[in-house]
Design a protein around this ligand. Structure first.
Ligand SMILES: [Zn+2]
Length: 355
């Protein structure tokens, strides 16, 4: 991270990171992430991350399950409109339940690759740190919530009959607008959102983090650094003060983990709609956070996967150790707002508007 800061010589985010970092107990910096195992994916295409196809994802998850000797369980929690399984991988047996969701938007794939690496690190290692995490939390990851969108390389699910309020007629629903707690899964027109709703209800996580991708943005001059990651907690007015406070603590933990990994983090300018997962699971009382990885050029996709992986592992560690509960939620409010779009960034293939 130091080279990123040195490049611009600015102090805004660096000062924030140091202030926030001071709130993190030293025990939080355990050794689990010292040996990232992100190399497991089939690799590199034109300098970018080679993404798992849906078939490869199924095989890789089963391979992780086998190699974990019972520590990781992988099962399908439902099917997409085109009949593809939606995978839920769990590990650990602790009382604190943490849930990650990746790739609700089919063309925002990198969080899925990070999740595979996190499952390996937390599920396969016999290190004391990994065992400690598994004894204190139960982690569940919806790995690629929208396999049809991945297959079609678009944002929405696949539903040619859709004439949606959120989505595109003749194409599909925007899954991340259909988590409204007032709509029962059985009445939910967005199949994959209903699967996530049911999974949430059965798993009862106290923490939910939802991984997306955005275009390219920078902090305004004189800072000028490119933002690699944006995050936001629930901002629906009916979210309880307690849930908001815990969401901001998760935001600080995730901000700190990304920053330690070299990321440049801003707040995300998200709306208050209750159908967005970030708001919906906050309304249901969980600590809830949105993460947006910027669509950096191919040669920086490995960096993006690695930083998100670090956030997944280190949040799990912080939840397990209790360090999470000692973070100052007010530090979240000091994370700077997202700056302007970079030229060409808004039209990046992996940016499809707001999330
Ligand atoms: Zn998205």
């Amino acid at each position: 991270m130091t080279h990123l800061r040195a490049r611009t010589g600015t102090v805004g985010l660096a000062a924030l990171a140091m202030a926030a970092g001071a709130l993190v107990a030293p025990a939080h910096a355990t050794t689990i992430t010292a040996a990232p195992q992100a190399a497991a994916a089939p690799q590199a295409q034109k300098g970018g991350v080679r993404l798992h196809s849906n078939a490869e994802l199924a095989r890789t998850l089963k391979q992780i399950e086998r190699a974990s000797h019972g520590r990781v369980t992988v099962r399908s929690v439902g099917k997409s409109n085109e009949g593809r399984p939606i995978w839920f991988a769990t590990l650990g047996s602790g009382p604190r339940r943490v849930m990650y969701v990746t790739q609700q938007h089919g063309d925002e794939p990198l969080g899925t690759e990070s999740a595979l690496a996190a499952l390996r690190t937390l599920g396969q290692s016999d290190s004391r740190a990994a065992r400690a995490v598994r004894s204190k939390i139960t982690l569940g990851i919806v790995v690629r919530a929208n396999p049809d969108g991945h297959e079609h390389q678009w944002r929405y699910n696949y539903d040619p009959d859709a004439d949606p309020e959120y989505g595109e007629p003749g194409k599909g629903y925007d899954i991340n607008r259909y988590h409204d707690p007032a709509v029962a899964p059985g009445d939910n027109p967005a199949t994959e959102a209903a699967v996530i709703q049911r999974t949430y209800a059965a798993f009862r996580p106290s923490i939910v983090v939802d991984y997306h991708m955005q275009g390219r943005y920078a902090f305004p001059p004189p800072d000028g650094r490119e933002i690699t990651t944006s995050i936001l907690w629930p901002n629906h007015p009916s979210v309880s003060a307690a849930a908001l406070r815990r969401s901001k603590q998760v935001g600080v933990a995730v901000h700190d983990a990304f920053t330690r990994a070299g990321a440049v983090v801003s707040q995300y300018p998200g709306g208050t709609y209750q159908g967005i997962a970030r708001n919906a699971y906050g309304l249901l009382g969980s600590a809830s956070l949105l993460v947006e990885l910027s669509a950096l050029p191919p040669e920086r996709e490995h960096f993006q996967v690695r930083t998100a992986y670090r956030s997944m592992v280190e949040l799990a560690e912080a939840a397990a150790s209790g360090a999470l509960d000692r973070l100052d939620p007010a530090a979240a409010d000091r994370i700077p707002p997202r700056g302007p779009s970079l030229p060409g960034g808004a039209s990046a293939a992996r940016d499809r508007g707001t999330h």
